[in-house]
Ligand binder design. Sequence first.
Ligand code: ASP
Ligand code: MG
Length: 425
Amino acid sequence: MSKSLIVQKYGGTSLGTLERIECVADRIVKLRKTGVDIVVVVSAMAGETDKLLKMARSLSKNPARREIDMLLSSGERISSALLTLALQSRGIPALSMTGRQIGLQTDSTHTRARIKSIDAQRARKMLKENHVIVVAGFQGINEEGDVTTLGRGGSDTSAVALAVALGARQCEICTDVDGVYTADPRLVPQARRLDVVSYDEMLEMASLGAKVLQIRCVEFAHKYKMPLLVKSSFKERDKGTLICEEDPKMEQPVVSGIMCDKNQAKITLKEVPDQPGIAANIFEPLASASISVDMIIQNVSEQGHTDLSFTLEREELNEAMVIMKKVAKKIHATHVSSDAKIAKLSIVGAGMRSHAGVAAQIFKTLSAHKINILMISTSEIKVSCIIEQKNSKLAVTALHDIFKLENKPVKKNAKNKTAKKMSAV
Ligand code: ASP
Ligand code: MG
């Protein structure tokens, strides 16, 4: 491709009304004047996906996932056509495209499909002919040609995948926040926007409930070294946060961000027989139902029995409980209970690799505020604790304070590598 290409994704809030769509069109006109090729990926208008889901659920207790995909994919089609019309009426040759038209092939896991490949031939041709392409995000087609969707927030992933497939210079996620923050600014007003975040840190943050980006989008960007810029679609002159590779020459911040995910739930099985194969019996049926489990703890066994708890996304609690009640019977566990009033508090920083004592500092701070820790897990660059949901704000604020995140600007050099071509993902 001769001209450089930028893929810009606009989220639902940025396209929430016709006025907002007009503003986005104006922004694209301006960007086009800088001489770049543009592919826009859109989400459904704000609230649309939830509205459609609600309609489906009011007609069916357990709606078929295939039909949900058929239904939800319409939201993105609407916004892509509307934005295209707004661009055309500004004299821009623009063309809307669905997942099928853009050649986005997925597997058949309806409502959580994974991208297999993108055949972007037609898109390339249209770009050559000087069009702005407006792609309906979040959707693709499976081998049978049925519509699939990529999971909530999936337009982010569509955008990165397209950026990789088309060899874009950068993928910009234009959203209602102006970047990635040290903590949720609604929870901690003194939170600071980060200029640069490494893929590793962002992966942890995204999986931990920093709802800025869908995690798969970050995985994708990481895999193909596609620079991701998260910025505001409202503020004109906004730098945003660049997500890219870590610069090995720079010292990494010990703590970059603190997240608190309230969309968590915990399931506990009591008096599980302590025998080989029991854990497999518990977690295999969940895996078959595509329910991801996060933290798992098993207590020390007493008289051949143990208690086992695990966490998962709250949305999947009901489905998981149905499965667990069956499993409990099968393995002779005495009791299954759930708790949806928990939160996962997580502290992330690439510098944890080389600094000792971060976990101890976290526990000390929580204890000073009399916050009980229900579960703990760690990775190289992260410490997570399950706490009671009511303590969320207190915990985040206290830790933000103790790690001095508000007044210690972190300088990191961005490495902005050119994207590689994607084969199949
Ligand atoms: N409209 C879908 C959702 O609300 C996909 C997206 O916004 O990226 O989850
Ligand atoms: Mg969205």
